[in-house]
Design a protein around this ligand. Structure first.
Ligand code: NDP
Length: 249
């Protein structure tokens, strides 16, 4: 796969799927702009990519803050010289029953998973439009296609991402901008750790993993993303669900 000359901005690049996507995209020749809140992680990832002969810029960003999200897209464009792909990957998964939930967790999921994605998209559309085209990749989830017990608010954010992505595809196609929604199943990342301390949720996650057997690695999703962004101009891979072979739900 050759992504030479392409500029790719990735949110949530400090770990998991975002980090793997940055590494694989850079290895394929793309220059990458990296967003996330943990500046030290971003700096060391950028250094690793640059040391390996790639080109990466670290742009510490909280995508839930509109000005920071907009600045990320603008600085990515300015520092890379173009903006071919925006991967809206940043996300949090805070699970549990609705009854008695800490509503701050709901706000965080809505602000990161939905609003952060919207802010970055809003900032990228005019840049890509002026450039004559681009590609927006939104990372949703199987949880954006089917709901389960104890995952309702996360489901709500990811159903939102899936629905928004199809509507955006229809709007953006006139500007030469492609839109893809990626729906991973269970991937071994730091995401599950967001629920540390909630015994019921931790047990449910462990049980799901045991039923599945071998779960996905972040690189499995990174490869799916790169497949989508490396298609010929006339091809828009609009939706991709990738699950571990053993995953039933
Ligand atoms: P990780 O927890 O490893 O990565 C999440 C990333 O999001 C981190 O880089 C984190 O960076 C970033 N992030 C969180 N909050 C913010 C914020 N406010 N501003 C900027 N960045 C933020 O998990 P994954 O790699 O698994 O998650 C990536 C995406 O994949 C998410 O959208 C998730 O919902 C989705 N997904 C994951 C699945 C899985 O099984 N792992 C399954 C289906 C979908 P930092 O903390 O440094 O800000």
């Amino acid at each position: 796969m050759d992504l030479s000359g392409r500029a790719i901005a990735i949110t949530g690049a400090t770990s998991g799927i975002g980090e793997a996507t940055a590494v694989l995209a850079a290895a394929a020749g793309a220059s990458v702009a990296l967003a996330g809140r943990r500046a030290d992680r971003l700096e060391s990832l950028a250094a690793r990519i640059n040391d390996d002969g790639g080109r990466a810029v670290a742009l510490p960003t909280d995508v839930a803050v509109e000005d920071e999200a907009r600045a990320f897209v603008q600085h990515a464009y300015e520092q890379l010289g173009r903006l071919d792909v925006l991967v809206n990957n940043a996300g949090v998964m805070l699970l549990g029953a609705v009854t008695g939930a800490d509503t701050a967790e709901w706000r965080q999921m809505i602000e990161v998973n939905c609003l952060g994605l919207l802010y970055c998209t809003h900032a990228a559309l005019p840049v890509m439009g002026e450039q004559g085209g681009g590609h927006i990749v939104n990372v949703s989830s199987v949880a954006g296609r089917r709901a389960s017990l104890g995952t309702g608010v996360y489901n709500m954010t990811k159903f939102g991402v899936t629905a928004f992505s199809e509507s955006l595809r229809l709007e953006a196609l006139h500007a030469g901008i492609r839109v893809t929604v990626i729906e991973p199943g269970y991937v071994e990342t730091e995401l599950q750790g967001h629920n540390a301390g909630k015994d019921f949720v931790v047990d449910a996650i462990a049980q799901a993993q045991e039923q599945i057997g071998k779960v996905l690695e972040a690189e499995d999703i990174a490869r799916a993303i790169l497949y989508c962004v490396s298609q010929p101009e006339h091809v828009n891979v609009s939706e991709v669900m990738v699950v571990p072979r053993g995953q039933q739900r």
